[in-house]
Design a protein around this ligand. Structure first.
Ligand code: FAS
Ligand code: PHB
Length: 393
């Protein structure tokens, strides 16, 4: 086992593997410790939409070949209201930034394959991972692999282990400020081997939210808002398709090809931020520090922007002896985090049916939608946030 590296990375999801990739490109060693198997990590069905900044990060990291061959760049998304009218919202910002439909599964495969090619040190199926002495100059990670206790000494630890990881807990509770909002519903998602709609369509309806998305020309991703207490066993394919169609305009549902689900899962929705994203020589990136409801398609993109900022700081530290970017990492990353947290909250408020909403609040939502229908300015603010604001220099 490797016993000493420059950056110890906990978690081999998009954040951990992208960080390892960017560090390697700058000649910086890292070891990635992952509790699941490689197959399990790739098998998780999650995000589907990339901000333009994420596309640019992946391209400049040499990860753009399959992305540009299979990714689907879109100039608009659609919003359907109460099973009647459909609004086209441009997804081309004033400065030409767009959005790309390309699944997180594909990104994870690309990152692992690139890791194979560069001889990345990724240890799968580890357990008992603990960050130690994170405020010292010699932090280290203890873990178990193949039944053996191991120790990894490093200069820095990157906590890329998601919402349920251990890294955030290594920051003392009295040092952490946590902000959370739990939404009173979940998203039931299916994958079907059917041709998707030509564009993403978000539907708001008195029966609840729905989303029509895609992965490939023959793989569609659909969601319906569902009660938190539901389980996938409550939702046969027939019930899913019937409910999805009930929330869409007939002009839309009439064009949808249905088929058996090849994946079905329910995700709870929450907004969560833990500050700061640095403690001593421990840095948090991605879902380890923040969670957004998927309505704004920001979760994966925030992982990428955190990693862009963190890699920049670590590279400057090791290759130039300059710590300015490391010193400002947490506040720089959090500015973008809160911008995306707010946008994701706003999109969720705009498009979902909230069970306990007052009649006043319901009319406010109706007017929010009416303003979007009436105002190109309203649509352009949605556009620029959906495709992603520019990364800070
Ligand atoms: P991840 O959670 O992806 O990766 C963390 C990794 O750390 C995992 O592989 C985990 O196994 C590992 N780990 C955890 N604890 C560990 C430990 N103690 N030791 C070692 N390893 C450990 N975003 C969108 O934009 N759109 C969506 O539709 C969408 N759908 C989602 C559905 C679900 C069910 C979930 C959970 C998230 C969804 N997201 C979505 C958000 C998702 O894409 C995340 O933003 C993205 O995976 C973040 O990447 P990471 O920060 O790398 O965290
Ligand atoms: C997806 O394709 O999974 C997807 C797309 C847009 C979202 C959320 C999820 O806002």
């Amino acid at each position: 086992m490797v016993v000493k590296t420059q950056v110890g990375i906990i978690g081999a999801g998009p954040a951990g593997m992208l960080l390892s990739h960017l560090l390697d490109q700058a000649g910086i060693d890292s070891v990635v410790l992952e509790r699941q198997s490689r197959e399990h990590v790739v098998g998780r069905i999650r995000a589907g939409v990339l901000e333009w900044g994420t596309v640019e990060i992946l391209r400049s990291a040499g990860l753009g070949e399959r992305l540009d061959a299979e990714g689907d760049v879109h100039d608009l998304i659609m919003i359907a209201r109460n099973g009647e009218d459909v609004l086209n919202v441009p997804t081309v910002s004033a400065d030409g930034r767009k959005m790309m439909a390309y699944g997180q599964t594909a990104i994870q495969e690309d990152l692992f394959n690139a890791g194979d090619a560069r001889g990345a040190q990724v240890v799968f199926e580890v357990s008992d991972v603990v960050p130690n002495d994170v405020t010292s100059a010699r932090p280290w990670i203890s873990y178990t692999a193949d039944g053996m206790s191991e120790r990894l000494d490093c200069d820095f630890i990157a906590g890329c282990d998601g919402f349920h990881g251990v890294s955030r807990q290594a920051i003392p509770a009295q040092t952490r400020s946590e902000y959370e909002k739990v939404y009173p519903f979940g998203w039931l998602g299916i994958l079907s081997e059917t041709p998707p709609l030509p564009s993403l369509l978000y539907a708001t309806h008195q029966r609840g939210f729905a989303l029509c998305s895609m992965r490939t020309p023959m793989l569609s991703r659909y969601y319906v808002q569902c009660p938190l207490e539901d389980s996938v066993d409550d939702w046969s394919d027939d019930r899913f398709w019937t409910e999805l169609f009930a929330r869409l305009p007939a002009t839309v549902s009439g064009t949808i090809a249905t088929g058996p689900s090849v994946e079905k899962s329910i995700a709870p929705l929450r907004s969560f931020v833990s500050e700061p994203m640095r403690y001593g020589n421990l840095f948090l990136a991605g879902d380890a520090a923040h969670i957004v409801p998927p309505t704004g398609a920001k979760g994966l993109n925030l992982a990428a922007s955190d990693v862009f900022y963190l890699a920049r700081g670590l590279v400057d530290h090791f290759n130039s002896g300059n710590d300015d970017y490391l010193e400002t990492y947490s506040e720089t990353a959090l500015r973008r985090v809160w911008s995306s947290v707010r946008f994701s909250w706003w999109m969720t408020q705009l498009l979902h049916r909230f069970p306990s909403r007052s009649s006043f609040e319901q009319r406010i939502q109706d007017d929010d939608l009416a303003y979007l229908w009436a105002s190109a300015n309203a649509r352009s603010t949605l556009t620029e946030q959906y495709v992603g604001l520019r990364l800070e220099e």
